[in-house]
Design a protein around this ligand. Structure first.
Ligand SMILES: Cc1cc2nc3c(=O)[nH]c(=O)nc-3n(C[C@H](O)[C@H](O)[C@H](O)COP(=O)(O)O)c2cc1C
Ligand code: SF4
Length: 709
């Protein structure tokens, strides 16, 4: 039930059909001119069609290109920006949603100014540079790409401490932009007072060391923001609400914004005329840890208690944000922990989330899996992508794919029920084809099933595929190997091969011992989806327990297994994981959560490079906090009876291990496709059967295979 979330609400003079707002997201779909092109318009239109009450646009630079973080963001500094934005607001309004524009000056993070060598406006010259704890877990390519977004490694910001004339001029520019926003048909304005940008820099005791009327006391630090609010209100008039986004906290920043500061600022902002407060959070911009604590929280509803405190303080609505699911958002509103809920990533993953809730189709909502692929892109000044929603960023071309029936309904056989096969089957069925999926395991999911065990958000995705395939009437042949004869007998119009990757055992001395498991063994033991051969490696009692569990079917559900393994697992106390890629690191997190002491050995320099870097920061830092040793550049591995020996740099080392897990050696498995080709079929080969692309690659390949059928 999400009645509270779906009830109407007012912000100032504006009434919204429900309390779901799309959080502002700089998705960089804009070209290099700051104009709302057709692709941008369609991206927002899809979110309006999806039922949100309010859309808040991405950061729009009111002094564009000055004070912009990228040329690929909306501009509002000249009249030429108005007309395309008018098209955008018209299209959004046609679907019953309201739209606010988020106005920003990026202050010390104005990458466009930095790249050009132009002065970068700041409240005062920075004294603290940040912890830079994010650097160590980035690859060389990632560091170069980030530097390129600010003009290259040689490019250094030329800071300019703002004079009062600068402040007045900027306030005037903001006012003019609000006037243009009104002309363009926006319903409201959100002033960005968070995330380390200019206004938030003024609010922060760390970044604002001024001794004039704009620095020092709470009132002085909030002066710029309050002047902006007053200016915006003056231009907006009484029928266009204006509010601010604030940081509840500035994590890992000495003398950073505290929640007490935020409460005072919020009160002052309301006194200055703000019609609402949107409560986000921030942290040291050079800290990977701070990123997933503050503005992009990993923890669900991390700041709900703080937004709850603000709702009690203020007479205006409070917008809560930060990994809030519909159910939690509903609870938050019911208990006045927020008046509206902003959802960011969930509306990237499924723009129709609000509509599906409204129509009682919650099971159809495609979940965001908190993988941070989307938000990794703007770091490199690249257009957003979503791991689970291949349409994101290409709405103009792809948004109608699932809505439009194919010209001719065909029979489609999909060999392999992993993520690539499931997505291909789902999209093909949506388009009206008759689809059969052949899966050798007893249940669908393939690699996603094991991934769902070790990382809970993946379980939500698996459940969604189960729901959708059932809803769409896809014929599932489980425990069935589709060989050439069987496929030949049904003679499908289209054959899609998505049989996944093959695991190749590395040639490490000692790898054949019974306490050494690879991914297939673990899948076998923990999900019951293999041939059962790994059970032979266990001691008698454990063997009986695992066989019994299989027979009872308790291994069928990854959620149940995840809970059971918190109490018991046929894995020793001291574990060495060989391979520090995504699979090894996810598995390590799972083991550590179950009390195991783990050492990860990786031949490369970096860990989990296949994870989008913000998630990587979060996971690796958590592992280190839990005492996991991550050893890179490992060579000369040898597995003993109770230890693993290896060389790391110049040092010979030995680490005790009663279990060793091999998490390396995935390679494309073309054998199934080859057999079909030899028999005269012309299969479409996708997912890890064609090349290892992990979840995102598999889902996208599945989608694209089915869209053209
Ligand atoms: C791709 C991406 C871009 C973002 N860009 C902005 C932005 O332009 N302005 C802003 O205030 N917050 C931005 N955010 C933060 C979101 O508004 C939101 O606060 C954050 O994603 C947490 O909400 P969620 O967990 O529902 O995604 C961005 C987030 C994402 C994922
Ligand atoms: S990329 Fe990942 S985190 Fe971002 S919206 Fe998609 S599923 Fe969610």
């Amino acid at each position: 039930m999400t009645d509270h979330l779906l009830s109407p609400v007012r912000i100032g003079s504006m009434t919204l059909r429900n309390r779901i707002a799309m959080a502002p997201m700089g998705v960089e779909i804009v070209g290099d001119d700051g104009l709302a092109n057709d692709e941008v318009v369609r991206y927002y239109e899809e979110r309006a069609r999806g039922g949100a009450g309010l859309l808040i646009t991405e950061v729009a630079a009111f002094a564009y290109p000055h004070g912009a973080n990228s040329v690929h963001q909306l501009g509002l500094s000249e009249d030429r920006f108005v007309e395309p934005l008018r098209t955008l607001t018209d299209r959004v309004h046609a679907h019953g949603a309201k739209i606010a524009i988020q106005l920003v000056h990026h202050g010390k993070i104005s990458r466009v100014d930095i790249a050009k060598g132009d002065p970068v406006m700041v409240p005062s010259l920075p004294e603290w540079r940040g912890s830079f704890d994010m650097v160590g877990d980035l690859s060389g390519d990632e560091l170069m790409a980030m530097a390129a977004a600010s003009g290259g490694v040689e490019s250094k910001p030329q800071y300019r401490e703002m004079t009062t004339d600068d402040i007045a001029a900027l306030t005037e520019q903001l006012g003019a932009a609000v006037g243009r926003a009104k002309d363009a048909g926006f319903d409201a304005v959100e002033i960005h007072g968070a995330h380390g940008y200019l206004a938030s820099g003024f609010l922060s005791p760390q970044w604002n060391r001024r001794s004039d009327a704009y620095g020092g006391s709470h009132e002085n630090r909030a002066r710029l923001l309050c002047e902006w609010i007053a200016e915006a209100k003056g231009r907006a008039g009484t029928d266009m609400p204006v509010w601010v986004r604030l940081d509840a906290l500035e994590y890992r920043t000495p003398e950073g914004i505290t929640f007490d500061d935020c409460q005072v600022t919020a009160r002052l902002a309301v006194e200055a005329g703000a019609d609402a407060i949107h409560l986000s959070a921030y942290g040291d911009s050079t800290s990977g840890r701070a990123f997933t604590e503050g503005s992009l929280p990993d923890q669900e509803a991390r700041h709900a208690a703080l937004s709850g405190r603000l709702t009690r303080d203020l007479a205006v609505p409070v917008i809560g944000v930060g990994r809030i699911s519909p159910a939690t958002g509903n609870e938050m509103i019911a208990h006045r922990k927020a008046d509206l809920i902003a959802m960011g990533r969930q509306l990237l993953a499924d723009p129709a989330t609000p509509l599906k809730l409204t129509e009682g189709r919650a099971g159809e909502i495609r979940p965001c899996i908190n993988c941070y692929v989307c938000v990794a892109q703007p770091f490199f000044d690249r257009k957003v992508r979503c791991a689970v929603n291949p349409v994101l960023g290409r709405e103009l071309e792809l948004a109608d794919v699932e809505r439009s029936a194919a010209e001719q309904s065909r029979t489609v056989a999909v060999v392999g029920g992993g993520p690539a096969g499931l997505e291909a089957a789902r999209v093909a069925a949506e388009r009206g084809h008759r689809v059969t999926v052949w899966e050798t395991g007893e249940q669908i999911g393939g690699a996603l099933r094991f991934a769902a065990l070790v990382y809970e958000p993946n379980l939500r995705l698996l459940r969604w595929y189960e729901h959708e395939l059932h809803r769409l009437g896809v014929d599932l042949r489980l425990g069935a190997t589709a060989d050439v004869d069987q496929i030949g007998a049904i003679d499908p119009d289209v054959l899609i091969v998505a049989n996944g990757a093959r695991r190749v055992r590395p040639e490490i001395p000692g790898v054949e011992q019974d306490h050494v498991f690879d991914g297939d063994d673990l899948r076998d033991l923990l999900t019951g989806s293999g041939d059962g051969s790994a059970i032979k490696k266990l001691g008698l009692t454990t063997r009986i327990a695992v066989r019994f569990g299989r027979r009872l079917g308790v291994l069928r559900d990854p959620g149940t297994v995840a809970r059971l393994t918190e109490r018991y697992m046929p894995i020793g106390e001291d574990v060495v994981v060989i391979g520090g890629g995504l699979v090894g690191v996810e598995l390590t997190e799972f083991l550590v959560e179950r009390g195991r002491r783990v050492t990860v050995l990786e031949e490369g320099e970096h860990f989990a490079l296949e994870m989008a870097h913000p998630r990587r920061w979060r996971v690796l830092n958590d592992l280190r906090d839990h005492g996991v040793e991550l050893v890179g550049q490992v060579t000369d591995l040898r597995i003993g009876h109770a230890d693993v020996q290896f060389r790391a740099g110049d040092a010979e080392r030995t680490v005790g291990a009663d279990t060793v897990v091999i998490a390396t050696g995935l390679e494309a498995d073309s054998s199934v496709a080859d057999a079909f080709r030899a028999a005269g079929h012309d299969p479409i080969v996708i997912g890890d059967a064609g090349g290892v692309g992990y979840l995102e690659g598999a889902i996208h390949a599945g989608f694209h295979a089915a869209r053209s059928l």
